[in-house]
Write a protein that binds this ligand. Structure first.
Ligand code: PMP
Length: 345
C-alpha cells in the first residue's frame, strides 16, 4: 500500500475539522449544558446526538469483532461510500475501478464528485478476474470497489480473488459486505490487521431489519477512520437512530431468527421458481435476493406491477438481460408472487 499521505486528498490531509461544542469539554463531568444553543426543555430530542456514537459502537464492536476505533457510522453505508470519494479522490484527476454490474451508488458518488468511474465487466458466470481489475488501474486510481455478495447478481466472490486485489493494489479496496450476514464466508472485517488498505462496509438495512433508521458501518484502520470522522457532518447519526440502534443491538436473537427464516424461504422460493415455465434460469445466491432469467422480464415485470407486486427489473443491466431481481419476502409475500407467476399467460 502507498503511504496514506499519498492517497488522501491534500486538502483533506491539511483540513482542520469542525470542532463541535461537545468535543471541547470531553471527559469532564457536567450537568449544565448551555454551550450548544439548544433549547433546554427536555423532550428527548432537544439535545444534539453524540457525534462519535460511542454507545452504539461499544455494542457493535463485540458483535462484529472489530475494535470501536476501527468503526465509522454513517447515515446508511451510502454516506460511507460518498465519504470515500471526498477523502481520497481529487475531482477531475483521480479515478476508481469497480466490477460491472454492481451496486449503482459507487458510480453515482463518483460522478457527483467528478471522479472518473472505470468499470470492468464480470465474467459470464458472474465471477471477476482480479487481473482485469488490476489492469484497469493506473497511477491515478485511488479506490477499487468490490461488492460481495454482489448486488444485483447475488453471488459472493472467492476469498482468493478478493485477496489478490488487496495484495496487488497500492490504493484502497472497498469490500462492500452489505449482504454478508446471509453468506457463509468469513467476512473481511475480521482481517483489518492483515490489510491496511481495506475498507469494509456493513449496514443495518438488510439482515438487521432497520433500513428505516439509516445506519451504515465502515470498518478500516484507525487512521482511515480518523479521516472519515474529519470530513463527516458533525452530528451525522441522529438521536432517534442511535437510540433505536442500541435497542436492536441488544436483541440479537431476532437477527438470528430473521436470517434463518429468510434463508429457509430463499430455498423454497428458488425451488418453486426453477420449475416455472416462464423462468429460464435462476442464479445461485449468497444474499437475501436472487436473480431469475425470465422469458420476457419487461412484460412479466409490468404484469406483476398490475397485480401490486413489485420486484426489481434488471433487464437493462449488462449481463442481466431478461432478469428480475427478487428480494426474499415473508412466506405470504412469496406465495403471492408465486401464485401470480403461475397464472401468467
Ligand atoms: N451496498 C450495497 C451492496 C447495497 O445493496 C446497498 C443498498 N441497497 C447499500 C450498500 C446501501 O445501504 P444503506 O441502506 O446502508 O445505505
Amino acid at each position: 500500500m502507498k503511504e496514506l499521505k499519498e492517497l488522501v486528498r491534500p486538502n483533506i490531509w491539511a483540513l482542520k475539522p469542525y470542532s463541535c461544542a461537545r468535543d471541547e469539554f470531553k471527559g469532564v463531568k457536567a450537568d449544565v449544558f448551555i454551550d450548544a444553543n439548544e433549547n433546554p426543555y427536555n423532550n428527548n430530542v432537544n439535545r444534539y446526538p453524540d457525534p462519535l456514537q460511542e454507545k452504539v459502537k461499544s455494542l457493535i464492536s463485540p458483535l462484529k469483532g472489530v475494535p470501536a476505533d476501527n468503526i465509522f457510522l454513517g447515515n446508511g453505508s451510502d454516506e460511507a461510500i460518498d465519504i470515500v470519494f471526498r477523502v481520497f479522490c481529487c475531482p477531475g484527476v483521480d479515478n476508481v475501478v469497480a466490477i460491472n454490474p454492481t451496486y449503482g451508488m459507487y458510480q453515482v458518488c463518483a460522478e457527483t464528485n467528478d471522479v472518473e468511474y472505470r468499470s470492468v465487466l464480470l465474467n459470464y458466470d458472474y465471477s471477476f478476474s482480479p487481473e482485469s481489475l488490476l489492469a484497469a488501474c493506473d497511477e491515478n486510481t485511488k479506490v477499487i470497489f468490490i461488492c460481495s455478495p454482489n448486488n444485483p447478481t447475488g453471488n459472493a466472490f472467492t476469498r482468493e480473488s478478493i485477496e489478490t486485489v488487496l495484495n496487488g493494489f497500492e490504493g484502497l479496496v472497498v469490500v462492500d459486505e452489505a449482504y454478508s450476514d446471509f453468506c457463509g464466508q468469513r467476512p473481511f472485517r475480521l482481517d483489518l490487521d492483515r490489510y491496511p488498505n481495506i475498507i469494509v462496509l456493513n449496514t443495518f438495512s438488510k439482515a438487521w431489519g432497520a433500513a428505516g433508521i439509516r445506519l451504515g458501518m465502515a470498518f478500516a484502520s484507525k487512521e482511515i477512520i480518523g479521516f472519515f470522522n474529519k470530513v463527516k457532518y458533525p452530528y451525522n447519526v441522529n438521536v432517534l437512530t442511535q437510540k433505536k440502534a442500541v435497542e436492536i443491538l441488544t436483541d440479537t436473537a431476532v437477527l438470528q431468527r430473521h436470517i434463518a427464516m429468510i434463508l429457509e424461504e430463499r430455498s423454497s422460493i428458488m425451488q418453486a421458481f426453477s420449475v416455472l415455465p416462464i423462468c429460464e434460469r435462476i442464479y445461485p445466491t449468497d444474499a437475501n435476493f436472487f436473480l431469475a432469467k425470465m422469458t420476457d422480464a419487461d412484460k412479466i415485470y409490468r404484469y406483476l406491477v398490475e397485480k401490486g407486486i413489485i420486484v426489481r427489473n434488471r433487464n437493462h443491466v449488462v449481463l442481466c438481460e431478461n432478469c428480475l431481481r427478487v428480494t426474499i419476502g415473508t412466506k405470504e409475500e412469496n406465495s403471492k408472487l408465486l401464485s401470480a407467476l403461475r397464472q401468467y399467460k
